[in-house]
Design a protein around this ligand. Structure first.
Ligand code: AP5
Length: 212
């Protein structure tokens, strides 16, 4: 299975991709998580990406394509993968075709449909584990102990790019730069649209059905 998740910020890509990765035993490759790790480790990539991410803009295509090229070459990605957050521009989508286009498994692209007003509510109540990346929601799925990750015990925090101004810019970037990617895959007839509204379990069922 080679699966791509497309969706606006806060649409549930990370939440659903983690479940799907466990269901199919394939790696969940989140470019956002990879960049946040680089920032936490203080690497050159992290230093370059941090101010761009905090503002809600997209990191350059060259940097992102390099990261994905290296990641998809690793052994664990040879049997399939779930891409969450890549490709986000037409340039990235075309480069990805060159990286994975010749394999026997076709790409399957899932677009999560969630309207902007629901996005703002989800993101304002999202909390993320600073250590393992587990995703919580203060109303629907809070950690058992306030601000402590159920899985690893590290601190559960709000992401620095989850403020109102950055979210507005991320939504703008999604509409302007990433929706054309959905159209690109629609034209290739490999896009499946999934309603992302409703309980997490129900959305997951829809995703499984769309992959059947
Ligand atoms: P990234 O980390 O990819 O952020 P994003 O696309 O904005 O998506 P999010 O992680 O915010 O949301 P999500 O869809 O995963 O939702 P989640 O499951 O957490 O990218 C961050 C930044 O990195 C970018 O802005 C950019 O700067 C840079 N970047 C990354 N990739 C790049 C690329 N390829 N090119 C250039 N730049 C790149 O869910 C959100 C909340 O909703 C959670 O609290 C969750 O519990 C809750 N929730 C989930 N599902 C439901 C549901 N069904 N009902 C109610 N609540 C729900």
């Amino acid at each position: 299975m080679k699966i791509i998740f497309i969706g606006p910020p806060g649409s549930g890509k990370g939440t659903q991709a983690k479940r799907l990765a466990s269901r199919f035993a394939i790696p969940h490759i989140s470019t956002g998580d990879m960049l946040r790790e680089a920032i936490a480790e203080g690497t050159e990539l992290g230093r370059q990406a941090a101010p761009i991410m905090a503002s809600g803009a997209l990191v350059s295509d060259d940097l992102m394509i390099g990261i994905i090229n290296d990641r998809l070459a690793k052994a664990d990605a040879q049997g399939g993968f779930i891409l969450d957050g890549f490709p986000r521009t037409l340039v990235q989508a075309e480069k990805l075709d060159g990286i994975v286009g010749n394999g026997s498994d076709p790409l399957r692209v899932l677009q999560l449909l969630v309207p902007d007003d629901a996005i703002v509510r989800r993101i304002s109540l999202r909390r993320t584990c600073a250590q393992c990346g587990a995703i919580y929601h203060l109303e629907n799925d809070p950690p058992k102990t306030d601000s402590v990750c159920d899985r690893c015990g590290a601190a559960v925090i709000a992401r620095p790019d989850d403020n109102e101004e950055a979210v507005r810019k991320r939504l703008e970037a999604f509409h302007r730069q990433t929706l054309p990617v959905a159209t690109y895959y629609k034209t290739k007839r490999i896009l499946r649209e999934v309603d992302g509204i409703g309980p997490v379990d129900e959305v997951f069922e829809r995703i499984e059905q769309s992959l059947a």
